[in-house]
Design a protein around this ligand. Structure first.
Ligand SMILES: [Zn+2]
Length: 77
């Protein structure tokens, strides 16, 4: 299963007004936490989830960790 980060944007929908990042499966517009996101919202690879954790959706983070047991760049064994 592929995951992507999809942004929740501000009230005006501007793509540079990212409020927080959620996780979606594949190309879904519904985040793991149940929030519906815009097709116009920025997306980025799920491997970037750890880069700016202050803006991540906590619910998505918890559910994502259950679906993706480890982050590839943290798997150093
Ligand atoms: Zn979320």
């Amino acid at each position: 299963m592929m995951h992507q980060m999809r942004a929740e944007t501000g009230p005006d929908g501007a793509t540079d007004s990212v409020v927080s990042w959620h996780i979606v499966r594949n190309a879904d517009l519904t985040a793991l936490c149940g929030k519906t996101l815009s097709t116009a919202a920025p997306v980025q690879d799920a491997t970037r989830w750890t880069l700016d954790p202050d803006r991540n959706c906590h619910t998505c983070g918890a559910l994502f960790l259950r679906e993706a047991p480890y982050f590839p760049d943290e798997h150093t064994d």
